[in-house]
Design a protein. Structure first.
Length: 157
């Protein structure tokens, strides 16, 4: 599950994607996202340092996306805020570390399964941009689309 930091980051970036010409203060973003201002300022600093955001100081300054919203994927955002996308260090591409419990990484079914989960997750996250999220929001608001719901787990003995 995503932590609050990621949720606040995604909501702030989505707001900026909706209004790309505007500059947003940390106060305005915190109010819109329902986040503590100081916590959001730390998140915004990380996003700016990664190159996802641009900021201008001063009364007329604020934060904006540094690229078009169709060029920013969910994978890129989550890597900045969360770090590795893989659920296990041995399943990570960029941050690979062997598990100390594993006697033979070349024969580990756990690693094999979680690399599959990681690869499919990264592929999906890379395919969804902030612009896609803005379009989904519009389709859901206009009732041109129904919101997706999780598939319920059904235990079959």
């Amino acid at each position: 599950m995503l932590n609050r930091k990621s949720v606040y980051a995604l909501h702030a970036l989505l707001l900026m994607a909706r209004f790309p010409a505007e500059r947003f203060s940390s106060v305005r973003l915190a109010e819109a996202c329902g986040s503590p201002r100081r916590f959001l300022e730390q998140i915004l600093r990380e996003l700016r340092e990664s190159g996802l955001l641009h900021s201008e100081p001063g009364r007329l300054g604020g934060y904006q996306l540094s690229r078009a919203s169709n060029e920013v994927s969910l994978a890129e955002i989550l890597r900045v805020v969360e770090g590795p996308i893989a659920l296990l260090p041995c399943a990570s591409h960029r941050f690979y570390q062997p598990c100390p419990e594993c006697k033979s990484p070349q024969e580990c079914a756990l690693q094999d399964a979680f690399v599959q989960v990681r690869n499919e997750t990264v592929h999906t996250l890379k395919s969804i941009s902030l612009e896609d999220m803005v379009q989904r929001e519009a389709a859901l608001s206009s009732q041109n689309r129904s919101i997706l719901r999780p598939t319920p787990y059904i235990h079959i003995p």
